[in-house]
Design a protein around this ligand. Sequence first.
Ligand code: G3P
Ligand code: CA
Length: 241
Amino acid sequence: MKIFAHRGAAGTYPENTMVAFIEAKRSGADGIELDVQLSKDGIPVVIHDETLNRTTNGSGFVKDQTMGDMKKLNAGYKFGKQLGRRIPIPSLQEVFEWIQSTDLLCNIELKNGVYLYPGLEEKVIQLVRGYGLEERVILSSFNHYSLVYAWRLAPEIETAPLYRDGIYMPWVYASSIGSRGMHPSIHAVPDALIIDAMAYGIQVRPYTINGEEDIKRLLSINCSAIITDFPERAVRIRELN
Ligand code: G3P
Ligand code: CA
């Protein structure tokens, strides 16, 4: 069972920042999950919300600010544990610069559910190809139209639909939209369904798996992967089981 660090190691470091991704690597995670939106000047920027308010000392919409503007902000400002320095918001390119020197997998969530960012899929795919990361990237989204579009643009890159509610035979659905994986909320998939999906050849990576009992249970059915805020905890449990 692979372990993906949700928004980096979001349980212990400011989400979607380089310090969180570096912590994920240190903890022994197999991959990171991150969220991507587009800045005003069309640069893929790694941030979860459509606005800057919750995670930074800035405010307003990501789509209304340039990458240069956002670079001045502190993405660690609202995090409980202060790190004693400013933590910048990374661009996707910066993450790729770093990740190419590692063996980490990278699950990129295309955050085009609230705003439809024109060109988001093209720009992300261009970067993935530019860094030669096609085999290490998984594109996911709650916007399944976006995933179909990405699959048509780049069939070599794995896609995986995110979903919160139950889908009847989700492995059939996933493969019908060109996906090799599926990323359900843990509340949307009983274990039996995970087992059926994997038997069908679909990679199942539920989110967000933080509790020890859930981690152990998913290990016991050899789930393909989990997405967790606490990769260090998950790695420790995996080593002991
Ligand atoms: O990839 C799972 C998870 O990241 C989806 O939800 O809201 O944390 O982006 P969210
Ligand atoms: Ca996400």
